[in-house]
Design a protein around this ligand. Structure first.
Ligand code: HQG
Length: 187
């Protein structure tokens, strides 16, 4: 992906998940932005954006973070919001194990409070350990936690799968967490 696309992508992610006002726009209750307004708003910040570029950014996005509606007049982020929107996530039974990557320095707090959503709308979990490790490394020296999602589900916790394959839940109590074997053997 082009360097300019990466920068633009980060700004669009900020607008569609956290601060629509950064482009002078609003999202509707389901997180949708009007595509024309988004393009105008991004341009008004001095950045270059046209429809073709936006289509390319969405298509080539490494994590498929965004979705257009059927006629491409609206766009939204699939997950990761800090503002309150209802992206109509599908509730689903999770696989028996899910993973969460975090930084080693957060572990003592996580052992006390479990995984909490901090500024986002959900706790984010991955179906594979590799992805979790990458997510964790964004915060520092990464560690991977194994989440006993099967047991959580049996115990009545709700899980959602975003359009781009991220597992989401509200809170993971400490009792359902353990260090992944890979992490443990590396300690
Ligand atoms: C940590 C990226 C202390 C948590 C990724 C994480 C993901 C605690 C940080 C998505 C804690 C929050 C989300 C506790 C949780 N005490 N720290 N009790 N409970 N934490 O960025 O999961 O590239 O909000 O472990 O791929 O890192 O943006 O969440 O380290 O799917 O599309 O608090 O962001 O997606 O950090 O990442 P974040 P995250 P995108």
């Amino acid at each position: 992906m082009r360097e300019s696309d990466v920068k633009l992508g980060k700004f669009i992610s900020l607008v569609l998940r956290h601060q629509p006002q950064a482009a002078g726009i609003q999202l509707d209750a389901h997180g949708w932005a009007d595509v024309d307004q988004l393009i105008q708003g991004v341009r008004a910040t001095g950045r270059h954006l046209d429809r073709e570029t936006l289509e390319r950014l969405v298509r080539e996005n490494d994590k498929q973070r965004y979705t257009f509606n059927s006629d491409h007049t609206k766009i939204r982020a699939n997950q990761g919001h800090s503002i309150e929107v209802d992206v109509e996530l599908k509730e689903q039974e999770p696989p028996s194990l899910l993973y969460h990557g975090t930084a080693r320095r957060f572990l003592s707090s996580i052992w006390q409070k479990g995984l909490v959503k901090m500024t986002r709308q959900h706790v984010h979990l991955s179906a594979d350990e590799e992805t979790a490790r990458k997510v964790g490394s964004r915060h520092g020296s990464p560690v991977v936690l194994e989440v006993n999602a099967g047991k959580m589900f049996q115990d009545g916790f709700h899980f959602f799968l975003s359009e781009n394959g991220v597992w989401l839940t509200d809170h993971v109590p400490q009792a359902y967490l353990k260090l992944s074997e890979e992490t443990e053997s590396a300690v």
